[in-house]
Design a binder for this molecule. Structure first.
Ligand code: F0G
Length: 460
């Protein structure tokens, strides 16, 4: 008899140590929201039951990663932990220079301090918030060039994270001198955790070649992206994920990385690049702000955890479970009539809050209203990715973001299927009385990255 695949995709690991979760009452959650100005970043994690705020640094490490932590060598310069880290990184991303950093945004800050600046323009399929902020802090302009399908939550496309290559061509044709580098975010987090195809990376590379521009990957979720290439792009079904990753890297000249995502570490990141003179400038900046280039703001033990995590995150059983379990949540929400970004991405399910709450104007923050309602209902913490996050511009003006989404980001190897079943119930309950949810107004806000600290109030 042929080996029939099982319908149930199990977590390909068992629980090694446990962390208790605290149940709260509806009254306690209402009080927490009022006390924090309806900003979920200000809510204490102990007051959250299922924490889907982010998949960043929140995954469960493996026994081998904890073993690596014991092996960590803390020499200031030239620690063996650094070389194990560098070898693990270059086995997937063979760039000439690998500069460790304490997390992705530190790598971004170094890169754009060295390569950004006033009058310059950085194109990306879609900048993540910290990437955009680091580009803008340098004085440069961050331009998003997603394909049109990427802006329509309900429109299906296997590689909705792709860059609009024609738009990139037009940008470079009109202002090539202003563009120091082109960036591609894999997967496209802000666009819904959507993958970028190898064909698109290759097409972007060709445009870059035409204008002599380097291509950088913001590669936080490279393994999930590679899994989508393997399962959706013609010609890759039999290619091991690690080879797909090397092919992606081979089309680029450098990368920024947060090891808190696919590499399964709780902290860390790096900047990878081939250009010797840019690397020299970046290394000097790194020493100024992160540390000596063989530890870059990390402990040796952190470098070990990343090295081991990089080996684990390209495992096919893990990736199959990972992508399937995210789709499990998404399919159940879709079945419950909740409008979601489809197809489902690699690390999160994105609810279309603007579609779910059409009675709330984008400048009354439907995403923020929904995220607060999910917390109030069942202690589920999610994250607004919409007008609160992207609507405030450097000149102080405000406009609606392209989309108002609420992201349910799934920490890696952390929650079980019954946790997800609970989340499904919470979202469905909120959806059943969506028309009653009030919009929000901003009571106070900083000028940059306002979503972290702004305070809100419900409109009625
Ligand atoms: N690029 C992308 C695509 C990201 O998703 C993130 C972080 C970063 C860069 C910055 O990395 O946090 O290590 O400094 N995203 C997290 C999130 C915070 O919740 O999506 P970092």
């Amino acid at each position: 008899m042929p080996d029939e695949p099982f319908r149930t995709i199990i977590e390909p690991f068992r629980i090694h140590s446990v962390e208790p979760m605290r149940l709260t009452t509806r009254e306690q959650r209402a009080a927490a929201l009022a006390a924090t100005g309806y900003n979920l970043f200000e809510v204490r994690a102990e007051d959250v039951l299922i924490d889907l705020l982010t998949d960043s640094g929140t995954g469960a490490m493996s026994a081998e990663q904890w073993a690596g932590i014991q092996r960590g060598n803390e020499a200031y310069a030239g620690a063996p932990s650094f070389y194990r880290f560098r070898d693990a990184v270059t086995s997937l991303f063979p760039f000439r220079h690998i500069l460790p950093a304490h997390q992705g945004r530190a790598a971004e800050h170094i890169l754009f301090t060295a390569a950004g600046g006033p009058g310059l323009v950085i194109p990306n399929n879609t900048h993540f918030d910290t990437t955009r902020a680091n580009v803008e802090v340098s004085g440069a302009q961050a331009v998003d060039l997603p394909i049109p399908e990427g802006l329509h939550p309900a429109q299906r496309h296997p590689f909705k994270g792709n860059m609009d290559v024609a738009a990139l061509g037009r940008l470079l044709a009109s202002q090539a001198d202003a563009v120091p580098l082109v960036m591609l975010t894999v997967t496209n987090n802000s666009g819904g955790g959507q993958p970028v195809s190898m064909a698109n990376i290759r097409a972007v590379r060709e445009v870059c070649n035409r204008y002599g521009k380097p291509l950088f990957l913001d590669a936080c979720r490279f393994a999930e992206n590679a899994w989508f290439i393997r399962t959706r792009e013609a010609g890759y079904a039999d290619v091991p994920v690690a080879d797909i990753v090397r092919e992606m890297a081979g089309l680029a000249d450098g990368m920024t990385m947060s090891a808190k995502k696919d590499p399964l570490a709780n902290i860390g990141g790096w900047l990878g690049l081939n250009d010797d003179s840019l690397a020299e400038r970046c290394r000097n900046l790194e020493i100024l702000t992160e540390g000596f280039p063989t530890y870059g703001g990390l402990a040796g033990r952190d470098l070990e955890a990343i090295a081991q995590g990089l080996r684990e995150c390209t495992d096919h059983d893990y990736l199959s479970y990972r992508v399937r379990s995210v789709a499990y949540l998404g399919e159940a929400l879709e079945a419950a009539g909740v409008p979601c970004v489809v197809p489902f991405g690699g690390h999160a399910v994105f609810i279309d809050a603007r579609g779910m709450l059409p009675h709330i104007d984008p400048l009354q923050y439907p995403g923020q209203a929904l995220a607060c309602a999910l917390y109030a209902e069942g202690g589920v913490r999610s994250c607004e990715i919409g007008t609160v996050m992207f609507g405030l511009h450097p000149d102080g003006t405000e406009s609606p973001a392209a989309l108002d989404l609420v992201r349910l980001a799934i920490p890696r190897r952390t929650y079980t299927q019954s946790h997800m079943d609970y989340v499904i119930e919470v979202v469905a309950r909120v959806a059943s009385r969506a028309a009653e949810l009030p919009g929000m107004r901003i009571v106070s806000q900083p000028r940059q990255l306002r979503h972290f600290t702004a305070r809100f109030a419900p409109l009625r």
